[in-house]
Write a protein that binds this ligand. Structure first.
Ligand code: SF4
Length: 221
């Protein structure tokens, strides 16, 4: 293997690395370093990170880890775009776990997660009909979930809500992992979704995107 090939195998295309409060999932509110990988094969209707579809900068895994050490936190979230679209993401996750970081991975559910280190908390989207990318869901991913993992439904309307309940029942998700219901920002009133969850006595975690309430809908927060 040439030096050039070896270097290429440890690089990732990165849109941004930033320090913020975790805005979602069970670590909500904890200071966290976010590593946002560039690129995504999906085009969800409500996507709030379209700026990560292209551009970015190639950075060695070693340099990524050196960068995050400046922040005094053990919590790291690898996100995108779709981070698993880059093969070296698996190596980045392994190295972060070896360094004893508390690592979570935000993924679209459209790429198999079977190679992801078991120490990583997977936050796996299920794409609802209103995302217009529901045909990309790989439901076989549910087989690779552990109890600490989380499945997230971003719900845009009542049809999405009913569809999500059906998916939970069909795949017995309640017994597999934590389930997150999140209203699509600007599309569904958060209170409406909260009331549906209570009326139907669902065993799901309702959440809103904390960072958008604190800093608005913009990159780097
Ligand atoms: S998977 Fe995520 S990053 Fe990709 S288009 Fe959908 S919402 Fe955007």
């Amino acid at each position: 293997m040439t030096e050039l090939q070896s270097a290429a195998q440890t690089r990732l295309k990165i849109t941004e690395i930033f320090h913020s409060l975790q805005g979602e999932a069970t670590n909500v509110g904890l200071p966290t370093v976010f590593i946002r990988l560039t690129g995504c094969p999906l085009r969800c209707d409500y996507c709030d990170t379209a700026y990560a579809f292209s551009g970015g900068e190639w950075i060695d895994i070693e340099a990524i880890i050196s960068n995050i050490k400046q922040y005094n936190t053990t919590h790291i979230t690898v996100t995108g775009g779709e981070p698993l679209a880059q093969k070296n993401c698996i190596e980045l996750l392994n190295q972060l776990c070896d360094l004893n970081y508390d690592v979570s991975l935000e993924t679209s559910g459209a790429i198999l997660v079977d190679q992801v280190d078991k120490r990583v908390v997977k936050v796996l989207d299920v794409k609802t009909p209103a995302s217009k990318e529901d045909s990309k869901n790989k439901f076989e991913n549910f087989m690779f979930l552990n109890a600490k993992d989380q499945v997230k439904f971003v719900i845009c309307d009542e049809n999405d809500y009913r569809w999500s309940k059906q998916i939970i029942d069909e795949h017995k998700l309640e017994s597999r992992c934590e389930i997150l219901f999140s209203p699509s920002h600007d599309q569904l009133d958060a209170t409406v979704l909260a009331n549906w969850v209570l009326e139907d006595k669902l065993n799901v975690r309702f959440q809103i995107q904390l960072h958008k309430y604190l800093w608005g809908d913009k990159p780097g927060v």
